[in-house]
Write a protein that binds this ligand. Structure first.
Ligand code: GDP
Length: 613
């Protein structure tokens, strides 16, 4: 979201706040005229602008039947509704600064036409996702397209009974979650593939969690039914345990049995997809400039930046001026998933294009523009914004933010991921946590499984603003780092009631994370070397624990702390390393400090959040 903008606006908004708080009267017409907003304004921003609390606006919208979060963007109609409620006149700024690439224009219902569903296939490794994608593609290209060169561009479209279905060709939930974390909403339906000879496995569950968190309907494809040891009933019952009850068993989830390898049952799956799509009444407006998402992009030696775009609304034409992420350019050539050159692409069509000046990222939005000058301006603005946001640490909602939000009454639900040493305890923690309800704020456990905290947990937490609770598990250094980078909070506990107490405190908005210093290791300086440009390198023996690069460090001489700083470089022989354990020699420098002597003690420490065990 437009973080840069928000900051720029803050001061102005604050000045205005007084104008609108309390007793607004019609006489204030001057100020009223001045009250404008930009496309994509969030609840929080609007609240500041009109001098109301975000909670008040959220509550008002709730009463009007709209559930929104504090960071949700509001559409024009809703903004006018809010303005009316408070007797404020507010107008939209036809701003030159508007630089969102999202499709924010309201479409007239009479312009809408049905569009193909966009499908992602997920499931456990080796359960047959790739085989299924390949087989669908091989067997369902229309007769006229036979002979066309099929090429993998990250997505493809097939025709079933005269209707089109678009498949995203990167199986697995990593791509899905990564895109979702970047705000891309590309999938209408998820097909969960489960091998009948293997049953529900960890990644099956993860795929279900991800689809649920994204609110995308699922169809379960029970694969490999050709195998002699296929056990469909077992899959059904395992899925039922996971709250996906087959229609055959009186539930409401669509299940289908197939063999991705032989092709048996694939047409049933496709029909089910069409059925699901029909229920969803997926529509788009082909009669305007295109908007959509970048599926993948690369730099091709001969052709320059090449991007696969998925048109989600409007129609994309060759020659169109587009901005994709921070890249800009005129589409020189457009090809479809069969390698055929095309001149235009309607909603739900994946196309490969060339003509961009740089390589956008998967998950970036793109938009086509009538006006080249405007496109350039927007691309410029977005580039600046990107640089600015890279400087800040972009992160999911931190614990502090969350606590603040809860205090202000803007959060109705706290998302939690539970990882425990054994499945039983994950379940036990889940059921206790779900009972926690503080002043109407509820706990929503989006995943509870046994095992170490994984990269995928971090991704899910990031995408869903969730907190990770670990029970008798300890995250690895890599995971800790990933969590830090993504602004994901990990809480570690051994005792359930302690965790519950903490969660309650957090939900009452009272929890402030406490940091404490933990000494990680100690080393003795054996020798020193002076190297020009680098400074003094200390040749050390690690006596205890571990010394890590970038960790805090104290230089102790005769029991007195001489200097406190940060480990600069850390080396084993000629190689730069991240950490060195007890019993090994290493060379290290201390940032901005050279007065190291033989016999000095180096103590490394880290600031860790206090765990309440
Ligand atoms: P992915 O990791 O989920 O993409 O799985 P793959 O599509 O690579 O399939 C893994 C293995 O299972 C491959 O050796 C496939 O040939 C095999 N396989 C996939 N579908 C079927 C099926 O329906 N029947 C049988 N017997 N084997 C299958």
């Amino acid at each position: 979201m437009a973080k840069g903008n928000r900051n720029n606006n803050n001061n102005r908004n604050r000045n205005r706040r007084g104008d609108f708080s309390g007793n607004y009267t019609k006489r204030n017409t001057e100020t009223v005229k001045d009250c404008t907003y930009k496309e994509g304004i969030t609840v929080k921003e609007l609240a500041e602008k009109i001098g109301k609390s975000p909670a008040e606006i959220i509550k008002f919208l709730f009463m009007m039947g709209q559930m929104v979060t504090i960071n949700a963007s509001l559409d024009d109609e809703t903004i006018q509704l809010i303005a009316m409620q408070y007797g404020i006149e507010i107008t939209k700024e036809e701003s030159e600064e508007e630089n969102s690439l999202e499709d924010t224009e309201e479409d007239d219902p009479k312009d809408l036409e049905p569009r193909a569903p966009i499908v992602t296939i997920m499931g456990h490794v080796d359960h047959g996702k790739t085989t299924l994608l390949d087989n669908i593609r091989k067997t369902h290209v229309t007769a006229s397209e036979f002979g066309g060169i099929t090429q993998h561009i990250g997505a493809y479209q097939v025709e079933v009974k005269g209707q089109k279905v678009t498949f995203l060709d990167t199986p697995g939930h990593e791509a899905f979650t990564a895109m979702r974390a970047r705000g891309a909403k590309m999938t209408d339906i998820v097909v969960i593939v489960v091998a009948a000879d293997d049953g529900v496995m960890p990644q099956t569950k993860e795929a279900i969690d991800h689809s649920r968190a994204a609110g995308v309907p699922m169809i379960v494809a029970v694969n490999k039914i050709d195998k002699h040891n296929a056990n469909v009933d077992k899959v059904y019952s395992e899925m039922a345990d996971y709250d996906l009850m087959p229609e055959e068993w009186g539930g409401s989830t669509m299940f289908t049995k197939l063999s991705a390898k032989s092709g048996l049952g694939i047409s049933d799956l496709l029909e089910m997809i069409l059925l699901q799509a029909e229920m969803m009444e997926l529509k788009a407006n082909p009669n305007k400039k295109a908007t959509g998402t970048v599926v993948e992009a690369k730099l091709d030696k001969g052709r320059g930046p090449v991007a696969t775009l998925l048109v989600q609304n409007g129609t994309l034409h060759t020659g169109d001026m587009i901005v994709a992420g921070t890249a800009i350019g005129r589409i020189r050539k457009m090809t479809d998933d069969k390698g055929m050159e095309i001149k235009s692409a309607k909603p739900s069509t994946p196309v490969e294009i060339i003509g961009l000046d740089s390589v956008p990222e998967a998950g970036d939005h793109f938009k086509a523009f009538e006006n080249e000058k405007l496109a350039r301006k927007i691309a410029d603005e977005r580039n600046k914004q990107k640089i600015e946001s890279e400087r800040r640490t972009t992160a999911a909602m931190s614990l502090d933010d969350l606590t603040e939000q809860i205090k202000e009454g803007n959060v109705q639900e706290v998302n939690i991921i539970i990882k425990a040493d054994v499945n039983g305890s994950a379940e036990a923690v889940k059921s206790s946590m779900e009972k926690v309800n503080v002043d109407g704020v509820k706990v929503n456990v989006i995943r509870a499984t046994a095992g170490a905290i994984s990269e995928s947990d971090i991704m899910l937490a990031n995408a869903s603003n969730a907190i990770i609770y670990g029970f008798n598990v300890r995250p690895s250094a890599a995971i800790k780092k990933a969590a830090e980078e993504n602004g994901v909070s990990i809480r570690l506990h051994n005792i359930i009631y302690k965790a519950l107490e903490e969660l309650e405190a957090l939900m009452k908005g009272m929890l402030a994370p406490v940091y404490e210093e933990v000494v990680t290791g100690q080393a003795t300086v054996k020798q020193t070397y002076k190297v020009s440009k680098v400074g003094t390198i200390a040749g050390c023996m690690v006596d205890d624990g571990v010394i890590k690069r970038n960790s805090g460090v104290r230089l102790i001489r005769d029991g007195v702390v001489i200097y406190t700083g940060v480990v600069g470089s850390l080396q084993r022989f000629k190689d730069s390393v991240r950490e060195v354990n007890a019993g090994y020699e290493c060379g290290l420098t201390i940032e901005r400090f050279n007065d190291i002597k033989e016999g000095d003690i180096i103590e490394a420490y880290e600031n860790q959040e206090v765990k309440e065990d």
